[in-house]
Design a protein around this ligand. Sequence first.
Ligand SMILES: Cc1cc2nc3c(=O)[nH]c(=O)nc-3n(C[C@H](O)[C@H](O)[C@H](O)COP(=O)(O)OP(=O)(O)OC[C@H]3O[C@@H](n4cnc5c(N)ncnc54)[C@H](O)[C@@H]3O)c2cc1C
Length: 389
Amino acid sequence: MYKMLKDNKNTEWLEIRNGIQSICKEYPEKYWRELDRNRKYPEDFVKALTNSGYLACLIPEKFGGTGLSLRAAAIILEEIHKTGGNGAACHAQMYIMGSLLKHGTDLQKNKYLPLIATGKLRLQAFGVTEPTSGTDTLSIKTSAKKEGDKYLINGQKVWTSRAEYSDLIMLLARTGSKEEKSKNSLSLFLIDMRPHIGKQIIIKPLRTMINHSSTEIFFDGLEINESCLVGEEGKGFDYILDGMNAERILIAAECLGDAKYFIDKAVKYSNEREVFGRPIGQNQGVQFPIAQAYAKARAAELMVIEACNLFDKENKCGTEANLSKLLCAEASWQAAEAAMQTFGGFAFSEEYNIERKFRETRLYQIAPVSTNMILTYISHKVLGMPRSY
Ligand SMILES: Cc1cc2nc3c(=O)[nH]c(=O)nc-3n(C[C@H](O)[C@H](O)[C@H](O)COP(=O)(O)OP(=O)(O)OC[C@H]3O[C@@H](n4cnc5c(N)ncnc54)[C@H](O)[C@@H]3O)c2cc1C
């Protein structure tokens, strides 16, 4: 067992870790490998996680969830990744939840949350990125035009993950004018896509380097009731920024899980694999990259804990959320590199899973926010240097 787990004295979390591990045992690496090969969605795994109540951990008990903290959610995702799985199949439900809970109307919460908690309704799609606006969110073009008590949606999103496996979508759209590049021109909508699929909503899957169920979505004259608006019109950008702290912390936790996975695998393999009549792990050239990745991961883990503590106490945590995402993504990549090198040629064999996890963990230096954008945040917002854009 990986040392970090033993070092964690908080038994409260051990219970969750053990619970997730026992679920994950039913979904071994072979399961994920085959899904990856066939670009299939892990339906059974998501069902098991839903039935166990873990997926509804951020839904308050009064709405049928388990009402746990963000720290608990982080541990759930970290543990999934540590066992070789991938929480990306269903993590969006956790981080979208914040916007719905904080800014959604009572009608939206009462209508949707109990159904999401039981798994009867899926909220897994978050539509922000567009072909001409990724990092520059304020320039999105998808429009939501108010007409009486309705909004008319037109436009295109790209990279919207899991849209084919989600009933609802949280959509960021422009309610202000086309030219206006102000945060007050964007609004957030919670839309039940089911009646519109194949009509005013066309979802096209994108084949990518990893099994992430990414899609592009076309909205063509989609008419929705004004009750789909989350919170107030023109506040959508603020709402998603709010939710992004949770997203960054949870994805940091997934990266941490990946780092632990790679380190664990590399250590085991380096102790077992004999070359020149001795374990390769006896060579410092093999040991040191793994030891360095371990040091990075331990430090990054502290930042995740700090960010979760601040978030759960409703304190400001933008800096810590960004730092934890940056450090964990770097730690997971460093650990991935160390594992790749340790496994040598076998790292390239699908059977050993290293190449799959290597591809998967690379995503997190680009999405949901790139390393550069976190560095700009630290430079501008934390250190007070001039804005670069
Ligand atoms: C597998 C996958 C799943 C995704 N899932 C979703 C999803 O579910 N929903 C969703 O809305 N989006 C999703 N995304 C989109 C993701 O959030 C974007 O790819 C990401 O925000 C970067 O946007 P972009 O790809 O348009 O890059 P661009 O904005 O074109 O940037 C390209 C590069 O330039 C750098 N750059 C740009 N501007 C600056 C600057 N001022 N200073 C320094 N560097 C800069 C960036 O850091 C980046 O490395 C997903 C992406 C992928 C690949």
